[in-house]
Design a protein around this ligand. Structure first.
Ligand SMILES: NC(=O)c1ccc[n+]([C@@H]2O[C@H](COP(=O)([O-])OP(=O)(O)OC[C@H]3O[C@@H](n4cnc5c(N)ncnc54)[C@H](OP(=O)(O)O)[C@@H]3O)[C@@H](O)[C@H]2O)c1
Length: 176
């Protein structure tokens, strides 16, 4: 199993404003920076309940198409608003979630949502980080990273700069 993170962050390290606002992200996701290719490579998208609610709040079409989406929560989540998608709910430790998805045949997971990413990192279950820095400081917000039981060593794989100012760095997680 490979677990990847593919996330956009402000240069000061936030993935959303405190109230969840994403107005500082480039409109329409910005210039192409590999998201479509990345999504095509994953078997399942594992998102935290708050990210799920944010996506529903956009009000448009379900953005993940027919890709398998797993919403994580410790309580029942109403999935009925998802039209045309393949969505299920799971809970438990990151280890249990990865084991469950591996048993059902998934080989590449995309984990998304700040708290969710942090839980998987703390559990030592993230293999790859792709972080796209948006050239803005927003001062405060929901942080991408948080406390860790110990250092997590990374190997820098590549950094790409895009004309719009997006700077994307990929890291392999060496130890967790
Ligand atoms: N910039 C970007 O690329 C990007 C990407 C993703 C999200 N976002 C933004 O980030 C914000 C959401 O992030 P967030 O850090 O607030 O929350 P989040 O990670 O989306 O969701 C956290 C919730 O997920 C559930 N959860 C996570 N791991 C779990 C586990 N192992 N077992 C059971 N439940 C688990 C819990 O739900 P319960 O409380 O229901 O138990 C927890 O409260 C939104 O504003 C979203 O738009 C930005």
């Amino acid at each position: 199993m490979t677990v990847s993170v593919f996330v956009g962050a402000s240069v000061d390290g936030f993935i959303a404003r405190r109230d969840g606002g994403l107005d500082w992200l480039p409109a329409g996701g910005g210039e192409p920076h590999g998201y479509d290719e990345f999504i095509a490579s994953v078997d399942a998208i594992v998102i935290g309940r708050k990210t799920f609610e944010t996506v529903l709040g956009f009000g448009g079409a379900w953005p993940y198409g027919r890709k398998r989406v797993v919403v994580l929560s410790s309580r029942p989540v109403d999935l009925s608003a998802v039209v045309g998608g393949v969505v299920e709910q799971m809970g438990g430790s990151p280890e249990e979630i990865v084991a469950g998805l591996a048993a059902s045949g998934a080989r590449h997971l995309y984990v998304d949502g700040g708290e969710t990413i942090q839980r998987f990192l703390r559990a030592g279950l993230v293999d790859r980080l792709v972080i796209t820095r948006v050239p803005v400081l927003i001062g405060e917000g929901i942080p991408l990273f948080g406390s860790l039981p110990h250092d997590v060593r990374l190997r820098h794989v590549a950094t790409r700069a895009f004309p719009s100012g997006l700077v994307q760095s990929e890291y392999e997680v060496l130890s967790a």
